[in-house]
Design a protein around this ligand. Structure first.
Ligand SMILES: C[S@@+](CC[C@H](N)C(=O)[O-])C[C@H]1O[C@@H](n2cnc3c(N)ncnc32)[C@H](O)[C@@H]1O
Length: 425
C-alpha cells in the first residue's frame, strides 16, 4: 500500500506542475488572442458577451476537472490540487459519508482555481490603467483568451487523469468512484436467485460447525445482509466489514429501519427454511431480523490489500464474493485471500464463495473486475494453513447467469489448523 507521505509528496509535485502548466497555457492563450487581432474593433458589448461565454467554457472545463479530481482522490488518495486533498482527507477523518468528502474536495479545487483568476484580472486591468498601449478592450480580449486556455487545460488534464486511472484499473469500473450500492441491490437482490439459493444453503450448513457464542466477522459484506441472517443464532456478536463507507451506510440504514432501506425479508425467509423451518411465518422472519439487529455490534471499514485489515482474530470468518470480485489481478486476489484468512484464529472456521472463472460482472451497466479463479485456485491459496476436506468445496453451475459475467460459483468451507503445542517431558 502507498504510504500517506508518498501521496502527499505526489500531490504537492502534481499541484506545482499543474499550476505552472495552467499559468503557461492561460497566459499564452491570452496574449495569443490579443496578438492575433481577431477581436480588434469588436466593441465593448461583444467583448463582454464573449467574456461571459469564455467563463461558461471555463466552467465546463472545471466541472470535468472536478470529476476527474474526485476519481483521483477516491482511487489513489492523491490530487493535482493539495488544498483539495487536504479538504478531502480532513473530511474523511471526521465523517464516513462520501458526499461530504466529495463536496469538500470540490470546494478546495474550485476555490483554488477561482483564486488563480485574480492575478489575471489584476494583471490585465492593472496594465490597462497604467499603460496607454493597453486598452480596456485589449484587457478584455486577454481575459477571454486566458479563460479559453484555462478551459482547454482543465479539460485536457481531466482527460489525462481519467486515462491514467482507466489504465491503472485495466479498463474496469472503480469501486471508489463508480460503485452505487442501490444499483447493486436492485440488480442482484430483489429476489432470491439461484446463486443465493445455493450460497445461503451452503452457509447455513457450514455455520452449524462454527463455534457458538463467539463473534463472527463478515468480510467484504457490501451493502448486503442476506448472508448475515444465517449467523444470528450462532454468533455472540456480528462484525460487518467492507471497503466502501457507502456500503456500510446502506447497512446502517437497514439496522436503523430507515425508510427505503433494502427489504431482506425474502432472504430471511429462505434462510429459515434452510435451517429447517418449512414454512416460516411473518413473525418468524421479523424475529430473525430483530435478532440480527441486536447481534450486529460493529461496522468496520476494511481493506483487503492491508496485510492486517482488522486488529483481531475471529473463530469464524465469512467472506463471500469479495476477494474474487474486487480485483482482476490473480496475484492481488491471492494476497487478499491471505489477509482475510489471516483473521481466522487457529482451529477457526472460514467460509467463502467466489464467482467461478469470472473476469468481470456488471452492476448498473458498469463492469467491475473478476479475478478469474476457480476451485483449484481456492484450494491452492488455502494451501498449507487450512484443512479443506473433500466435499467442502462445491462448484455450482449457473448457466443462465452468464450475461452477468459468470457461469458458476464456488463455495468453500475450510478449517484453520490448530496450533501445534510442543509437548515436553
Ligand atoms: C460483489 S461485492 C460483494 C458484496 C457481498 N459480499 C455480496 O455477496 O453481495 C464486492 C465487494 O468487495 C468490496 N471491495 C472492493 N475492494 C475491496 C478492498 N480493497 N477491500 C475489501 N473489500 C473490497 C466492495 O466494496 C464490494 O462490497
Amino acid at each position: 500500500m502507498v504510504r500517506p507521505v508518498v501521496r502527499w509528496a505526489v500531490s504537492i509535485a502534481a499541484t506545482a506542475a499543474s499550476t505552472y502548466a495552467l499559468d503557461a497555457v492561460a497566459t499564452v492563450a491570452g496574449f495569443g488572442l490579443v496578438a492575433l487581432g481577431l477581436l480588434d474593433g469588436a466593441g465593448r458589448l461583444w467583448l463582454s458577451a464573449l467574456l461571459v461565454a469564455s467563463y461558461a467554457a471555463w466552467g465546463w472545463g472545471l466541472s470535468s476537472g472536478l470529476r476527474a479530481n474526485w476519481r483521483l482522490l477516491a482511487e489513489t488518495g492523491t490530487s493535482t490540487n493539495v488544498l483539495s486533498k487536504a479538504a478531502y482527507d480532513l473530511t474523511r477523518r471526521r465523517t464516513a459519508g462520501v458526499r461530504a468528502s466529495r463536496v469538500a474536495a470540490a470546494a478546495g479545487y474550485a476555490g483554488t482555481e477561482l483564486a488563480k483568476e485574480a492575478p489575471y484580472y489584476a494583471g490585465a486591468f492593472g496594465a490597462a490603467l497604467v499603460s496607454d498601449s493597453v486598452t480596456a478592450d485589449r484587457a478584455l480580449i486577454f481575459l477571454i483568451g486566458a479563460n479559453l486556455g484555462a478551459a482547454f487545460y482543465e479539460y485536457g488534464l481531466a482527460g489525462l487523469t481519467n486515462a491514467v486511472l482507466r489504465r491503472r484499473r485495466g479498463g474496469y469500473a472503480s469501486f471508489e468512484a463508480d460503485w452505487i450500492p442501490a444499483e447493486y441491490l436492485s440488480g442482484y437482490y430483489r429476489t432470491v436467485d439461484p446463486d443465493e439459493i445455493a450460497t445461503i444453503a451452503f452457509l447455513v450448513a457450514a455455520l452449524r460447525r462454527a463455534e457458538r457464542d463467539r463473534p463472527v466477522l463478515f468480510f467484504g459484506v457490501g451493502p448486503t445482509l442476506h448472508h448475515v441472517f444465517a449467523a444470528a443464532e450462532v454468533a455472540s456478536e456480528i462484525h460487518l466489514g467492507d471497503y466502501l463507507p457507502a456500503n456500510l451506510a446502506e447497512i446502517r440504514r437497514w439496522l436503523d429501519r430507515a425508510p427505503g432501506a433494502h427489504d431482506w425479508r425474502p432472504f430471511v425467509r429462505y434462510t429459515l427454511r434452510c435451517e429447517g423451518n418449512p414454512d416460516p411465518t411473518d413473525e418468524d422472519v421479523a424475529a430473525r431480523e430483530e435478532l440480527t439487529r441486536t447481534k450486529v455490534t460493529a461496522l468496520l471499514r476494511v481493506d483487503g490489500r492491508d496485510p492486517r485489515p482488522v486488529d483481531r482474530e475471529y473463530a469464524t470468518v465469512v467472506s463471500a464474493y469479495c476477494a474474487d470480485s474486487a480485483t482482476a489481478d490473480r496475484g492481488t486476489w491471492a494476497a487478499f485471500m491471505r489477509h482475510i484468512t489471516g483473521l481466522v484464529r487457529p482451529g477457526g472456521l472460514f467460509v467463502t464463495a467466489a464467482l467461478r472463472r469470472c473476469r468481470g460482472y456488471t452492476v448498473g451497466g458498469k463492469v467491475f473486475p473478476g479475478a478469474d479463479v476457480d476451485e483449484h485456485d481456492l484450494r491452492a491459496v488455502l494451501g498449507t494453513g487450512f484443512d479443506v476436506p473433500g466435499g467442502s468445496i462445491e462448484v455450482v453451475p449457473m448457466v443462465r447467469w452468464a450475461p452477468h459475467g459468470y457461469a458458476g460459483i464456488v463455495l468453500c468451507e475450510a478449517r484453520r489448523h490448530a496450533l501445534k503445542v510442543a509437548v515436553t517431558t
